[in-house]
Write a protein that binds this ligand. Structure first.
Ligand SMILES: C[S@@+](CC[C@H](N)C(=O)[O-])C[C@H]1O[C@@H](n2cnc3c(N)ncnc32)[C@H](O)[C@@H]1O
Length: 351
């Protein structure tokens, strides 16, 4: 027996030789749940596990042995096949929660926003099971870090668009939205309409997340829609027809878009075709300075933006420190990786 007073001590895990009922097994498996971490106010996952272990009557080794024994057992004394399936499924999930992010499959995390400037709200963001290729199915540090800075911009570099003095906020275009955290936060904080865009494959989850947060959006006078916009795409399945007219958006936002050599050119060209040709139009960009490769890609993008037929020039920029990845993104399952995040505003070089 470990930790806590006997009054609060949860029951010992059942032994399979005692042929526990499916209710008893499922009940024990529920007590072993590890909730996904939340960034910002979160304790690291290692700490969550440590805290939960303190509450448990069993050691981590005993828990793993218990879970493995369920998965290996035929559960022959339980007659109902559906009940057996549920028990195996729950046991596998409890094991996966104790492994890395990839093992966990689909998760929905809560992302809190708390600031006196706009009050409190929480966004729920679903991340489907990770596969190596689909970076847009994961939420990246940039989107949360930039989302938490948004309210400071509405009285600063974006006051001419968002202060309300010149009417309601214009529709905002987000490029490479991924799971949609940044764009949904922008809709809530700026009380604006945001068009979340990404590759066609990423769209179903993006649309799901927009729908999942409908109530929050509604209560904060924001709206969000998801549409395909592939940088460099030319066909209707890769670029939604609403984008064919071009140069309609007074504000474009982008977080962590660069990881391939061709991204700077493709992204600059998409920004060029979508950003309004007005002196008031702005591009807001965040790039994590992870390594020499991302720094090089950012340099390349800035060069491409300065070479457009109507060039874009940087008006404000800063580097802030923050957490880039979590949950095994860097090999060590619980490592918290802090890097510098560069943000910049760009405007058209027009009178
Ligand atoms: C590193 S993720 C960042 C996602 C999100 N902005 C965030 O910070 O969580 C890069 C995003 O760019 C998208 N992307 C990559 N190439 C793209 C392209 N050619 N057209 C549109 N989106 C693209 C990916 O699908 C992915 O969602």
């Amino acid at each position: 027996m470990r930790g806590g007073s006997p009054d609060h001590m949860p029951d010992e895990l059942p032994h399979l030789w005692q042929k526990p009922s499916s209710q008893v097994l499922l009940g024990s498996l529920q007590t072993l749940r590890v909730e996904p971490p939340v960034w910002g106010i979160k304790p690291p996952r290692e700490e969550i596990l440590r805290e939960q272990e303190k509450q448990q009557a069993n050691t981590p080794r005993e828990i793993i042995t218990f879970l493995s024994s369920i998965i290996k057992s035929s559960l022959a004394w339980i007659e109902d096949d559906d009940e057996k399936e549920s028990i195996w499924e729950e046991a596998s999930r409890r094991l996966a929660e104790r492994c890395g992010r990839t093992a966990l499959g689909e998760i929905t995390r809560q992302w809190p926003f708390e600031d006196p400037a706009y009050g409190n709200f929480t966004l729920a963001i679903r991340e489907p099971p990770m596969n190596g290729d689909s970076l847009g199915l994961k939420t990246w540090g940039s989107s949360y870090i930039l989302a938490q800075l948004l309210h400071t911009f509405s009285s600063g570099p974006l006051s001419h668009l968002l202060s309300g003095d010149n009417g309601p906020p214009p529709p905002i275009l987000e490029l490479g939205s991924g799971t949609g955290l940044l764009g949904l936060a922008a809709a809530c904080i700026w009380q604006a309409t945001v068009i979340l865009t990404d590759l066609p494959d990423i769209l179903p989850n993006l649309a799901h997340n927009a729908q999942l947060n409908q109530q929050t959006l509604l209560s904060r006078s924001g709206t969000a829609e998801a549409a395909a916009l592939t940088w460099g795409g030319t066909t209707p399945d890769t670029v939604d027809p609403r984008f064919t007219q071009g140069n309609r958006y007074e504000l474009i936002i982008v977080a962590d878009p660069l990881y391939d050599d061709n991204h700077p050119l493709l992204l600059a060209s998409t920004i060029s075709t979508q950003l309004a040709l007005t002196p008031t139009a702005r591009l807001l960009l965040m790039v994590p300075l992870r390594d020499t490769i991302t720094k090089g890609l950012l340099h390349h993008l800035r060069t491409e933006l300065s070479r457009l037929s109507v060039p874009l020039a940087c008006t404000d920029e800063k580097v802030v420190s923050g957490q880039d990845g979590d949950w095994g993104d860097y090999g060590d399952d619980d490592e918290e990786k802090r890097v510098g995040f560069w943000w910049g505003f760009f405007k058209r070089d027009v009178a």
